[in-house]
Write a protein that binds this ligand. Structure first.
Ligand code: GDD
Ligand code: MN
Length: 370
């Protein structure tokens, strides 16, 4: 067989990974800015789009048809900034990778300097930092700035992270180092840099480069108050070496709200309205389960939230799961009571069995991770 020569393609030295969700108008502008800032460097950009309703992915595809330095990963049925960044980085073979936002809030003119620090082996990770001298976050409202500074303090204390701006969404890293850490990273949430630094446990040589966090060009921020939950979840997981998951704690918390709702409904129906006890109990159970379903859908499984017709299907399945959970709860409680007739021990063992069952089976069947 004749030997074939591969077509002449320059190996990329730098890959810029840009997570996008509804950033259609920002994509061409960012690409033009990268082109100017990275003149003389062999670079590519991978946009990782979570199937944006505004068709961001289609804009990237069109761009990639005219310029092969642009690439697109379109993810369907998934959401999440960290997961998108991880997938983009792993899809590239360039020895250096940067992560930045699509909305031009990060300063692309810092990229050559960041790359220089890595290639000269002055660092293995370079962070675009708002909180070192020369950097700023003036575009942040005071509430968000306060939150960011507070979260940074917590992270530095609890996770022993020695970086001024571990919440930054702007950084560059050696791909080999990233690849070593990747299996331990969380795909949920927003804080990929904090996760990287905490997971590396002081073993990464980090240098921070100041930059000014600008104002968003088009569109709006996707980060809502739920970032607080994501942040707490990450801190908890890292502190306990992934033993305690925030999802389970939230599920248990919602469960205890459900117990309260159940008792209140039962009281109102049977005591106030004189409804038969058995009937009141059944109605109260349905009210509590329904409430719990919607709370879990908003909070515990907010990243896999069911919408449209899936809600009906999910709700019916949830009733079924909780029904069996209740049987398991009562069964365990009876057998413990049989051994050791201590009412609270038997009750607690039953409740624990119920919540573990409900959690495990709901995660499998109601909110299936895609
Ligand atoms: N693929 C994907 N999936 N991209 C997402 C998602 C998602 O679920 N959510 C947000 N993005 C993209 C946005 O389109 C944007 O390009 C980037 O991630 C950052 O989202 P913004 O909504 O612009 O966040 P922000 O400006 O409020 O906060 C950013 O900057 C902070 C300071 O550096 C984030 O990068 C924060 O993590 C960071 O702390
Ligand atoms: Mn932004």
């Amino acid at each position: 067989m004749a030997e074939s020569t591969p077509p002449a393609v320059t190996a990329r030295q730098l890959c810029v990974v840009v997570p996008t969700f509804n950033e259609r108008d920002n994509v061409p502008k960012l690409f033009a800015k990268l082109d100017t800032a990275l003149a003389g460097i062999a670079w590519e950009v991978i946009f990782v789009d979570d199937n944006s309703p505004d068709g961001t992915w289609a804009v990237v595809r069109q761009l990639a048809q005219t310029d092969p330095r642009a690439r697109c990963i379109r993810r369907i049925g998934r959401r999440g900034l960290s997961g998108a960044c991880i997938e983009g980085i792993l899809a590239s073979s360039a020895p250096y990778v940067a992560v930045m936002d699509a909305d031009l809030q990060h300063d692309e003119t810092q990229l050559p300097k960041m790359l220089g620090l890595l290639t000269a082996d002055k660092a293995e990770l370079v962070v675009g930092s708002r909180y070192v001298s020369g950097g700023s976050a003036d575009s942040f409202g005071s509430a968000r700035l306060g939150g960011s500074v507070f979260a940074t303090k917590i992270a530095t204390k609890l996770l022993h992270v020695n970086v001024a701006d571990p919440m930054s969404g702007f950084f560059m890293i050696r791909r080999d180092r990233f690849e070593q850490l990747a299996p331990s990273l969380s795909v949920q949430g927003f804080k990929i840099l904090l996760d990287l630094v905490a997971t590396a446990g002081g073993k990464l040589r980090v240098v921070e480069v100041p930059y000014s966090f600008g104002t968003r060009l088009h569109g709006e921020s996707k980060l809502d108050s739920m970032v607080v939950l994501d942040f707490l979840g990450l801190v908890l997981a890292k502190m306990t070496h992934d033993l305690v998951s925030l999802r389970f704690l939230l599920f248990a918390l919602v469960g205890s709200v459900g117990l309260f709702v159940h008792l209140v409904t039962l009281y109102i129906l049977s005591e106030r309205y004189g409804v038969e006890f058995a009937e009141s109990q059944a109605i109260a159970a349905f009210v509590a389960m329904t409430g719990n379903f919607f709370l879990n859908n908003r909070l515990t499984y907010r990243d896999q939230r069911l919408k449209g017709f899936s809600i009906v299907r999910g709700l019916l399945l949830f009733y079924l799961v909780c029904g069996v959970g209740l049987l398991a709860n009562v069964g365990v409680a009876f057998s413990v009571y049989d051994q050791e007739p201590i009412w609270w021990l038997a009750g607690a063992a039953g409740a624990l069995m119920g919540v573990v069952w409900n959690y495990a089976v709901s995660s499998l069947f109601v909110w299936r991770a895609k």
